[in-house]
Design a protein around this ligand. Structure first.
Ligand code: CP
Ligand code: NVA
Length: 314
């Protein structure tokens, strides 16, 4: 059974199939045409961390597909009181048709998936945020930046950086990552991406100079310097990331028509300046909206594959 745990598990063709579905379903939605691709299906949504976009987009998305979303905060279900992940998986996946999880370690998500009877989607872990990157690619397409782009990620070598690495190395474009020393990407994920890049022809460049990374690029992106679960490190991180704010001086090194992406929430005055954020607000909030559409593409793709495996025609 196919789960959506990391982009590493998919071929370029499969990722583009999901994006094609997202484009089609977005166009239908804009026509107020709500095609019931997943009629009567339930999406269980387990959250061990906070969320605005992921919750609203998945819940709205499954509803627009003819199904219903169940918001399950870890604090409110027995998982939060110590019921094992594998038992939670075996219970919930017998009742719902698909599960989305936002949690800490990728291994917790993998454990759930290993025990699940239905497809599982990664709604963010400490290691990856793959639904966000599918969204970002859809947004790049809409703003004319998906054709052999040069992209620069400036900031923390975190779940967003790792997912950018997966997207670039699978689809075959150039990605430059600039992180402060000590905040680089996970070396295991880097070597996995490098192996994919050999096949796809992607160029992956790593360094500690944000201006160098941004020079002449088409897409600039960043993420918070303090991810969920790192609140205790806030003070030390803010010092370490000094000089990494994406502002107009930094953007001046990119192509004049470069776009700026941010997965949100954004912390102005830290990873991005107020001016740069507001200048690119149209792209950023289209990106936020695209969570809804990209994830519908992913859910429908997974559901169609599940039906094929079960020998059921939709
Ligand atoms: N970008 C993103 O995943 O936002 P939320 O944390 O609000 O879901
Ligand atoms: N890196 C951030 C992304 C939030 C959407 C975090 O994990 O908190």
């Amino acid at each position: 059974m196919r789960h959506f745990l990391t982009l590493a598990d998919f071929s370029k063709e499969e990722l583009l199939e999901m994006i094609d579905l997202a484009v089609k379903i977005k166009a239908q939605t804009k026509q107020r045409q709500f095609v019931p691709y997943m009629e009567h299906q339930t999406l269980g949504m387990i959250f061990e961390k906070s969320s605005t976009r992921t919750r609203v987009s998945f819940e709205t998305g499954i509803y627009q597909l003819g199904g219903i979303g169940l918001f399950l905060s870890a604090n409110d279900i027995q998982l939060g009181r110590g019921e094992p992940m594998k038992d939670t998986a075996r219970v919930i996946s017998r009742m719902v048709d698909m599960v989305m999880i936002r949690t800490f370690e990728q291994s917790k998500l993998e454990e759930f998936a290993a025990y699940s009877k239905v497809p599982v989607i990664n709604g963010l872990t400490d290691s990856y945020h793959p639904v966000q990157l599918m969204t970002d690619y859809l947004t790049m397409m809409e703003f004319g930046k998906a054709d052999n782009p040069v992209c620069a990620y400036v900031g923390d070598g975190n779940n967003m950086a790792h997912s950018w690495l997966m997207l670039a190395s699978k689809l075959g474009f150039e990605l430059r990552i600039a992180t402060p020393k000590g905040y680089e990407c996970d070396p295991e994920i880097v070597s996995q991406a490098q192996a994919f890049a050999k096949e796809s022809g992607a160029t992956l460049i790593f360094g500690n100079d944000p201006v160098e990374a941004v020079k002449g690029c088409d897409v600039v992106t960043t993420d918070t310097w303090v991810s969920m679960g790192q609140e205790d490190e806030k003070e030390i991180r803010l010092k370490a990331f000094d000089g990494y704010m994406v502002d107009e001086a930094m953007m001046a090194h990119a192509k004049p028509d470069a776009i700026f992406l941010h997965c949100l929430p954004a912390y102005r005055g830290y990873e991005v300046s107020e001016e740069t954020f507001e200048k690119h607000a149209d792209v950023i909030f289209t990106e936020a909206e695209n969570r809804l559409h990209a994830q519908k593409g992913i859910m429908v793709w997974l559901d169609q594959h599940r039906s094929e495996e079960l020998g059921i025609r939709n």
